[in-house]
Write a protein that binds this ligand. Structure first.
Ligand code: XMP
Ligand code: MG
Length: 195
């Protein structure tokens, strides 16, 4: 589906920031690296991919279509965010039924902002003693990140902008857009005030 360059969600306007062709090309590059890095994974030792819902669903779907390694796909949910205000509070990990002890694990996120969610996730999953535990994110607001994270796969570093589309939402709307949109300038002050 094609969308306009500017979209309106509730009280806010967003402009196209990363188009679908650019997304496809950067994800292709990351998929090639993952294919190479995990080429020794086998049926008995697959890569355990853990997508963080809801935001990662579209990125993960496109990414795994480009993988030719043996992998399993699982999803978890954490709650750390509402509206345009990041709280940094992470509750428990929900929905992980797969035993990851001694497995190669890759966490897949839509966006790393302050990094607190990813740090907490990494910490909690590492307690389960995986063989390897790595992180992959579509977007990384490096300037906003408050903690040290060694993210193995970053598709794109972005400025401090509030973004929606391609899985990312504003109050649960906008996830269906096939491109990433950023909040238009006027509203950024509102977003920054809260952070
Ligand atoms: P932290 O700050 O813990 O935040 O790295 C990670 C989570 O916050 C959400 N988030 C966003 N969601 N547009 C969104 O739709 C954004 O610009 C944005 N920044 C942070 C997101 O859920 C992420 O998992
Ligand atoms: Mg998220």
């Amino acid at each position: 589906m094609e969308f306009f360059d500017i979209v309106n969600v509730k009280d806010k306007f967003f402009e196209q920031y990363i188009g679908k062709y650019e997304l496809n090309s950067i994800i292709t590059g990351i998929a090639q690296r993952i294919n190479n890095d995990y080429k020794n994974c086998s049926t008995h030792n697959p890569l355990i991919i853990i997508g963080v819902l809801n935001g990662s669903f579209m990125f993960l779907a496109d990414l795994v279509k480009m993988l030719n390694i043996k992998c399993e796909i699982h999803f978890i949910k954490v709650s750390s965010y509402s509206g345009t205000e990041t709280t940094g509070k992470v509750t428990e990990i929900l929905g992980l039924t797969r035993d990851i002890t001694n497995q190669n694990v890759l966490i897949v996120e839509d966006i790393v902002d302050t990094g607190l969610t990813m740090r907490e996730l990494y910490h909690q999953l590492s307690l389960k003693k995986p063989l390897t535990l790595d992180m992959c994110t579509l977007l990384y607001k490096k300037v906003k990140c408050k903690v040290h994270l060694n993210i193995k796969y970053v598709c794109k570093e972005i400025e401090d902008k509030f973004v929606i589309g391609y899985g990312l939402d504003y109050d649960n709307l906008g996830r269906n857009y096939d491109s990433i949109y950023s909040l238009i300038e006027d509203d950024v002050s509102v977003w920054n005030e809260k952070n």
